[in-house]
Design a protein around this ligand. Structure first.
Ligand code: F6R
Length: 371
């Protein structure tokens, strides 16, 4: 049932304040006067000690689920102190990469049925790792065959392009980072800021969804383009990859997410006055580096669309013409949840304007059960 919406993808994008609320329900404790703010993940509580002691945490997934894990990686490293590595399920299998008994392998999958992720799970089980599942489907194979896990509770996702599952996956992995990190005096302030940020996230998503018309107008400008680059770094490298994935899979337009730190090592050669480039430059520790990326792109007459924090429009675009997308600022590690929304809206509107099927893109299936 699409309700007042024309397409499932549109409905699922606009549903994100509610899906995030359900994802967090009962899992975050609001600190009262004498009660500390805390995170409760029932499915993991007997395994937290083992996870904390593991030699590394390996995230394993495909497509959007991989991107969600990439978005959560920095905060997990920061709070747990455990090295976190990333594996695309098929690539891990192709290489038969090393997985050890001392590893915690976290399998991220909306459907819980993706063949590559499932094979990688079998492989990690054979190698003796502790296997954790993060899925949206209760009773799915990945949920059943992992040692423990967390359901993201985003509600059924029907559009082939994953949207609300992505934001709920990141929220769950931020809670996972808080749960693994545990309470220490030194990180107390940071933990509380993240928990407050999670509580407030649905409101911030409501705010960023107001950019719908602006994203439709931007889509009109980009309708006939051949290609769109998206530059991000730090917490928002994942946003660049995921934004580009949305544009290519539904709008059938070539799009590439690029790590901004790699710009000078090749991609800069593509920049001219015609190719549209989205640069994600919201406030965090990488902000000044992104400002200098923008300067360099301006110097090559790049056609820029800059995503920045509210109030930063003038400072990010000094020295050249560009279009700006202003988004509400949240705790840095949660910013990818906010920043993906305008790009989901852009991909959606581009697709409708270009006349393609948004909910069932050419050649794709909702869950990929063959290798
Ligand atoms: C993109 C998309 C795919 C899936 C990928 C993994 O919008 O939907 O990239 O994310 O096929 O699927 P799950 O998460 O079900 O394992």
């Amino acid at each position: 049932n699409k309700g007042k919406y024309e397409h499932y993808m549109q409905k699922e994008i606009h549903e994100q304040p509610e899906s995030l609320t359900t994802t967090m329900r009962g899992r975050l404790i609001r600190g009262g006067s004498c009660k500390a703010k805390a995170v409760l993940l029932g499915g993991l509580k007997d395994h937290l000690k083992t996870i904390r002691r593991s030699r590394r945490i390996v995230f394993i997934g495909c497509g959007t689920s991989y991107n969600a894990a990439l978005a959560a990686r920095p905060v997990l490293e920061e709070l747990s102190g455990v090295p976190v590595t990333m594996e695309i399920a098929s690539d891990l299998l192709d290489r038969q990469g090393p997985i050890y008994r001392e590893d915690t392998a976290v399998f991220v999958s909306q459907s819980g049925e993706t063949a590559d992720t499932l094979r990688a799970l079998e492989y990690a089980l054979e190698n003796g790792a502790l296997c954790v599942g993060i899925t949206n489907t209760v009773g799915s194979v990945i949920a059943r065959n992992t040692h423990c896990g967390i359901h993201i509770n985003a509600g059924c996702e029907i559009g082939v392009a994953s949207t609300k599952a992505y934001t709920s996956q990141i929220a769950v992995m931020a809670m996972l980072a808080l749960a693994i990190g545990g309470d220490t005096i030194s990180n107390q302030e940071r933990r509380e800021a993240i928990i407050d940020g999670l509580f407030d996230l649905p409101n911030k998503i409501r705010e960023v969804l107001k950019l719908d018309q602006e994203m439709k107008d931007l889509a009109k400008l980009l309708i006939a383009e051949q290609s769109l680059l998206v530059f991000g770094r730090g917490y928002n490298f994942a946003t660049a990859l995921e934004g580009a994935l949305k544009v290519k899979e539904v709008a059938l337009m070539h799009s590439e997410g690029i790590l901004a730190g790699e710009m000078k090592h090749g991609p800069l050669a593509l920049v001219d006055e015609n190719l549209p480039i989205v640069v994600i430059a919201t406030r965090d520790a990488c902000f000044s580096k992104q400002q200098s990326v923008i300067q360099q792109l301006h110097a090559r007459k790049g056609r820029l669309i800059v995503m920045c924090s509210k109030g930063d429009a003038a400072s990010v675009c000094s020295g050249g013409a560009c279009r700006v997308i202003e988004v509400p600022q949240v705790e840095d590690c949660l910013q990818p949840v906010v920043n993906i929304v305008p790009l989901q809206l852009l991909a959606y509107h581009l697709t409708v304007l270009r006349g393609y099927n948004v909910d069932q893109p050419r050649n794709l299936a909702k869950s990929v059960t063959t290798q």
